[in-house]
Design a protein around this ligand. Structure first.
Ligand code: GDP
Length: 448
């Protein structure tokens, strides 16, 4: 559902790559592109405005920490703001202190309420709960029967008035269901209510009456993510007319632009709690704002890498190396620094994984560095440690006899030593370019 938005945002971030420093103009241009991407995805205008203002302000005020390059810093900010918009922390279901916990579903007809009732019931049953599904939708023909079918599929109990026997009061049905749940020891009651094709006052009143009758622990507003901006206005109408504690997005498997759905949490101030993404009862999950944000940014791996870089980053060591590389440092960037840098990268995790996570790497660089496997780093370490401090600092003095001695000392071959020295000079050249901001970056390494 969010593919186009993902693509647009990735393209925007790509433009930032390789910039050593972001000017206010860069940030403004980026913000403009993100704004267009969000609006094209149908995110609510008010939400977009707030979002962009926050990203701009934070990006301009961001201190360069060294752990992240400017592009990564912007990605991080956008990610965090997106998580905020989607409701921040994952909101878990609140259970009543004294059972049964009552969950009421409200929303328009066709939103997917009845299907959701089954999904939620099955999900709860899998966790050891004993839910009772209640059909308080007496409006739509077949609604009762549909709920029965769904309950059977989910393998849970249901309570529904027999169609056509004159039981026509959904409020009474809902109220009765609570005592039935108490008698039969159901610890959760899920009340499915009637929806209409559009918002109307009678519908709102009925939902409000049911709410007053059953005093739910959670009122969930169920909304079809495919209906665009109507989702926002419907949410507002339900927030005003009935009031709800959380949102359930359905039909996230659709290919509509889902931006409106992304606006609901911010517009209504209520969290998105669940997401439904298909017709099967299993197509359902707790909604995690952080996971959704990284899915939208299309760079879950990148975000992981950013976190790892921040965690393992050694500012002092990195600054020293960066200074040396840019010629401002205390001496030249030598093999000892090279080893430190390699170890810093390795602290972030298995190399192959790290390089897989770096979208900014050019083919050349990837080949250069990914040619180094874990075992090879150990070998490189042995070789470097067999050198004298003078050799490490200035590898140019490594003549044939020195190389033979080092190979013998480290249990390697002279060709290994040659390869390392050659690779070191290439890497230093590359890193010097990176330090001057001419090439795309990499966390945990100076200027990258
Ligand atoms: P209600 O009127 O709100 O109770 O909506 P229903 O539960 O009857 O759902 C309306 C239609 O949407 C049905 O055909 C469902 O199978 C379908 N539906 C519900 N949830 C999803 C979903 O997450 N994805 C897809 N593709 N279809 C869904």
């Amino acid at each position: 559902m969010f593919d186009t938005l993902s693509d647009r945002l990735s393209a925007t971030f790509k433009n930032l790559r390789g910039k050593g420093r972001l000017t206010d103009a860069d940030i403004d241009a980026t913000a403009r592109e993100i704004r267009i991407a969000l609006l094209e995805a149908d995110v609510n205008l008010g939400v977009v405005k707030e979002f962009i203002a926050a990203v701009k302000e934070r990006a301009k005020g961001a201190e360069l920490t060294g752990a992240l390059n400017p592009a990564q810093q912007v990605i991080k900010i956008v990610n965090e703001e997106l998580v905020e918009i989607l409701g921040g922390q994952t909101r878990v279901l609140r259970f009543a202190k004294r059972p049964p916990t009552v969950i009421m579903l409200a929303g328009l007809q066709g939103a997917g309420k009845t299907t959701l009732a089954g999904k939620l019931a099955k999900w709860l049953a899998n966790q050891g709960h004993t839910p009772l599904l209640v059909a308080a939708d007496l409006q739509r023909p077949n609604a009762v029967q549909q709920l029965t079918v769904v309950a059977k599929r989910a393998g849970v109990a249901w309570y529904a008035p027999e169609p056509g026997n004159g039981v026509g009061d959904p409020v009474a049905v809902a109220r009765n269901s609570i005592s039935i749940a108490q008698q039969k020891l159901h610890d959760v009651v899920i009340v499915d209510t009637a929806g209409r094709l559009g918002v109307d006052t009678e519908l709102m009143q009925q939902a409000a009456d049911i709410k007053a009758a059953v005093n739910p622990d959670e009122v969930l507003f169920v909304v079809d993510a495919m209906i665009g901006q109507d989702a926002v206005s419907t949410a507002n109408a339900f927030a005003e007319g009935v009031g709800f504690d959380g949102v359930v997005l359905t039909k996230l498997d659709g290919d509509a632009r889902g931006g409106a759905a992304l606006s609901i949490a911010r517009v209504t101030g209520q969290p998105i709690m669940f997401a439904s993404s298909g017709e099967k009862l299993e197509d359902f999950d707790v909604f995690h704002p952080d996971r959704m944000a990284s899915r939208i940014l299309g760079m879950g791996d990148m975000l992981t890498l950013i976190e790892q870089a921040e965690r393992t980053f050694d500012a002092e060591q990195s600054a020293k190396a960066a200074a040396k590389l840019s010629g401002r440092g205390d001496g030249e960037f030598g093999l000892g620094d090279f080893l430190d840098q390699m170890k810093a990268v390795r602290r972030m995790g298995p190399l192959s994984k790290i390089f897989g996570m770096l979208p900014g790497m050019t083919g050349d660089m990837k080949e250069q560095i990914s040619g180094i496997d874990e075992k090879e780093i150990d070998r490189i370490e042995a070789i470097i440690l067999s050198m004298t401090p003078a050799e490490r600092e200035n590898p140019k003095i490594l003549n044939g006899s020195r190389r033979a001695r080092i190979a013998a000392g480290s249990g390697t071959k002279v060709s290994d030593v040659n390869k390392l020295v050659e690779r070191f000079f290439e890497a230093r050249k590359m890193m010097t370019q990176l330090a001057s901001g001419k090439m795309p970056g990499m966390p945990g390494m100076p200027g990258m």
